[in-house]
Design a protein around this ligand. Structure first.
Ligand code: ASP
Length: 313
């Protein structure tokens, strides 16, 4: 049995602001990400390889806040965070404040498969990418006009004391998978949020918070106000509720996202999968870019309430 789920961030624009053209373009990339991950699983590849493949497609897409087109920090730099976790071995790799590795999730995986270091940050992480033959680019590669404008707008909102909308605050991409051998994996990649402080690290590269996977229990990838994901240790908390309280994934995920995180009045969402390939995608915002392929190969994508059934792979 194989299964795959992805998210493209819980900061989708308000329904009224998301044009058909924008949604169609983002949806096409979500579908591409699902196809890429599914191809790996269907040909007997690992859950780790599948989540990496799906996340790479979304990092390359300008529609999501990760890799190319990621949110810019206060200095106008795309400072990227990513991580990956293998539920079979509890092996993990995480990078933060990357600005040259083209695909931070590939770097996280290379680190996971390296000599034992779990986390690297900043220039050292980029240097690791270079030393291990991964593609590196100029920091300007990641910067799109859309994100440049978003930064200008966010600085303006800050100056005038106007609160930003959820859509302006959030974005991140992530994937969870179950492979043929029954192994789980999760991966997450992000630019954080627009106008974030220099050096700020979110939940995405914090194993147990924004990313977590443990065979037989669950794999989780989160999106939303990262500081709260760190404080609630969201991925590990969901796995622990399942392991210690005997809750099923849907109950544990609902409790953490819709009660614990929601209580702070912050936007949050996750994609998570259990050892039987059951997927859940709870979010407490207006919408969340998300998609999944059921164990029967049926592809679904959505932003708001309406779920599109796309094809059977
Ligand atoms: N969780 C990400 C972070 O805090 C951002 C997001 O998903 O909106 O860096």
């Amino acid at each position: 049995m194989i299964a795959l789920g992805i998210h493209g961030g819980c900061g989708v624009m308000a329904r009224t602001e998301l044009s058909d053209a924008q949604w169609a373009a983002a949806r096409a990339d979500l579908i591409e990400a699902l196809r890429a991950g599914w191809r790996v699983l269907q040909t007997g590849g690992s859950a780790v390889a599948a989540v990496e493949a799906a996340v790479v497609v979304m990092e390359e897409s300008p529609h999501f806040n990760a890799g190319y087109g990621a949110a810019l920090n206060i200095d106008g730099v795309a400072a990227l965070d990513a991580s990956i976790m293998d539920g079979a071995s509890l092996g993990a790799g995480a990078v933060s404040a990357v600005s040259r590795a083209r695909n931070p999730v590939k770097l996280a995986r290379a680190l996971m498969e390296g000599k034992g270091t779990v986390m690297l940050t900043g220039p050292a992480a980029d240097a690791y990418a270079e030393a291990h033959g991964l593609e590196v680019v100029a920091p300007s590669f990641f910067v799109t006009d859309r994100q440049r404008q978003a930064l200008v707008r966010m600085k303006h909102l800050e100056r005038t004391g106007t609160p930003a909308t959820e859509g302006e605050k959030h974005g991140t991409v992530g994937a969870v998978a179950l492979d043929r051998d029954g192994h789980l994996a999760a991966a997450t990649s992000t630019g954080g949020y627009t106008n974030k402080p220099a050096g700020r690290v979110g939940d995405t590269p914090i194993i147990g918070a924004g990313t977590y996977a443990r065979d037989g229990t669950c794999a989780v990838s989160g999106t939303g106000a990262g500081e709260y994901f760190i404080r609630h240790v969201v991925g590990h908390e969901i796995a622990s509720r399942m392991a210690y309280l005997g809750e099923d994934l849907a109950t544990a995920a609902h409790k953490v996202v819709m009660e614990d995180l929601h209580r702070h009045g912050i936007g949050a969402g996750i994609v998570a999968i259990d050892g039987q390939g059951r997927l859940v995608v709870p979010y407490n915002t207006d919408g969340m870019y998300r998609g999944w392929v059921t164990t029967e190969g049926v592809v679904h994508v959505a932003t708001h309430d309406k779920v599109f059934v796309v094809e059977t792979l």
